[in-house]
Design a protein around this ligand. Structure first.
Ligand code: ADP
Ligand code: MG
Length: 525
């Protein structure tokens, strides 16, 4: 079936044709005619199924009639992150090229001046992140009383980031007579409640469950000791036919550590996590898209929902804490009908998390061997053998910290760049740095983190000694706490963007981050 039967205008069909699409995806096929009818839609479909076009296309046609008034956008699209907002804006530009629609973008880290002008002229579409939007509403810069279409995109992601109260607030500012479209990859109860509260008799569209249906992704898992993960990853990056890859870590701290490690080993890699400033994030993404950086190390918060076509590999450096994240992560590859590979590195302690993921995707993830030539740290390779030795090893670790420190330095050695490393396609031309380099010298951040990590591992081992499984629980709790902390931090950052009072032209010194004690005086201002 082609796009022609969905009721879209000729101009739009032309723009769709220009973008190279020949057939609507299942979600587009179902959503587009319904949105054109003016009905609410509640759509659940995995990432990469083309949800964006299923609301942007009909919206463009609906908005083609009518005119916007100053400061009163006619439609609003809420996105959880700046990157996603930018992506949707790009979609609008692409599909709307034969229409004359005004689009404004309100996201953290972007100067408001130019967008303010668009809003002043009257915006047909406003694309915003919730925190930033509320900011501008409170300042009287935007009014939502003329907004007749609301899109809540990536709703489950909004939930994860703690945006639901903001969304409720925003919904209550819109006129009650409006069309509300909600899109989500999953439908947790809180999202269902949001839909019940703010939608009227929505058409429920569900496209088959994530990952189970996306057969174009070849999934596998390798069970490795924690300390061998980096070496295994490097072997995979070199050995596999990696065109480009996203490597996911559970925590942003680990994103930084792994990014630095890969770079040290000569890979051209970029990183993406919630602590980075907006221009930096966009620059890295652009380099990844263009192929300049074939490897991107990322956290879930930063990377979820991103549409980067043609990602050949996804690596889970950690088994995600939330099973849903697994689906989102691997959904970065195998997009739009292309095939992709997703490889997960798991430790034996991850058994429970892995079981949860497998339950969610309703299929076992095939296990595969450690790549040839990788010597696992301490030779703790065979899992069956390990189990027997484990207790004794842990005792030793608990009782003799010196010994375990020595073990760590061995692990460090195993980490050192290998000369025989062969460049693969994703592998950089850049030569591996000198071997002797960083080991001994105090490298402030990562070394501290490394040590912290080592200490934590020890603590956990000791914990596990006291009662089987305890260490794992502790670690899981710790992960959850850290995960929650990270999500909240990201959300707060989103809200706490500094406000500049000079429009587009603040003096340069205003943009320099304050340092030292004078930073604390903000409260007095
Ligand atoms: P989602 O929001 O469901 O995660 P996106 O809307 O970001 O997915 O789309 C995923 C990818 O599929 C994008 O690269 C998009 O350009 C592509 N795409 C969308 N619709 C089609 C289509 N009908 N045919 C081919 N590719 C499509
Ligand atoms: Mg999307």
């Amino acid at each position: 079936m082609s796009f022609e039967f969905l009721g879209l205008s000729d101009e739009l069909l032309r723009a769709v044709g220009d973008s190279g699409y020949t057939e609507p995806t299942p979600i587009q096929r179902q959503a587009i005619p319904t949105v054109l009818q003016g009905r609410d839609v509640l759509a659940v479909a995995q990432t990469g199924t083309g949800k964006t076009a299923s609301f942007t296309l009909p919206m463009i046609d609906i908005l083609a009639q009518g005119r916007a008034r100053a400061r009163m956008p006619r439609s609003l699209i809420l996105e959880p992150t700046r990157e996603l907002a930018v992506q949707v804006a790009e979609n609008f530009e692409k599909y709307g090229k034969y229409h004359k629609l005004n689009m404004a973008l309100l996201i953290g880290g972007m100067s408001f001046g130019e967008q303010d002008k668009v809003l002043d002229k009257g915006a047909d579409v406003l694309i915003a992140t919730p925190g930033r939007l509320i900011d501008q509403i409170e300042r009287g810069k935007v009014m939502l009383s003329g907004c007749e279409i609301l899109v809540i995109d990536e709703a489950d992601r909004m939930l994860d980031m703690g945006f639901i109260p903001d969304i409720e607030k925003i919904c209550n500012l819109l006129p009650p007579r409006r069309q509300t479209l909600l899109f989500s990859a999953t439908m947790p109860p809180a999202i269902k409640r949001l839909a019940d509260q703010f939608q009227k008799d929505p058409k429920m569209i569900e496209v088959a469950r994530p990952a189970t249906t996306n057969v174009s992704i070849a999934q596998s898992m390798i069970v490795v000791p924690e300390r061998s993960k980096r070496e295994v990853l490097r072997a995979l990056l070199r050995g596999e036919d990696v065109k480009n890859a996203i490597v996911f870590c559970n925590r942003k701290k680990d994103v930084r550590i792994l990014h630095e490690s890969l770079t040290r080993h000569g890979f051209s890699a970029g990183q993406l996590h919630g602590d980075m400033e907006q221009p930096e994030r966009l620059a890295v993404l652009e380099k990844f898209r263009s192929g300049e950086l074939p490897i991107l190390v990322a956290s879930d918060v930063a990377a979820r929902g991103l549409d980067i076509p043609g990602v050949s590999h996804v690596f889970n450096f950690d088994v995600p804490v939330h099973a849903d994240d697994y689906v989102h992560r691997i959904g970065r590859t195998g997009r739009a009908g292309r095939s992709g590979t997703a490889i997960t590195l798991a430790t034996e302690d991850d058994a429970e998390a892995v079981a949860t993921v497998e339950k969610l995707i309703q299929q076992p993830i095939p296990r595969r061997e450690v790549p040839e030539g990788v010597k696992l740290v301490e030779g703790r390779a065979s899992s069956s053998k390990r189990r027997g030795e484990r207790g004794a090893k842990k005792e030793a670790a608990a009782e003799k910290p010196t010994r375990s420190r020595r073990r760590k330095s061995e692990a460090d050695k195993a980490e050192a760049p290998r000369e025989e490393a062969k460049p693969a396609s994703a592998k950089p031309a850049a030569p591996a740095p000198e071997r002797a380099e960083p080991r001994a010298e105090p490298r402030a951040e990562p070394r501290g983190s490394d040590r912290e990590r080592g200490e934590r591992a020890e603590r956990m081992e000791r914990g596990a000694d006291r009662g089987r499984g305890r260490g794992r629980d502790e670690r899981r709790d710790e992960y959850r706490r850290e995960d929650r902390r990270q999500r909240y931090q990201d959300r707060d950052r989103e809200r706490d963007e500094p406000v500049l009072g000079f429009g587009d032209n603040p003096p340069a010194f205003f943009l320099v981050a304050a340092r030292g004690p004078e930073k604390d005086e903000d409260k007095g201002a």
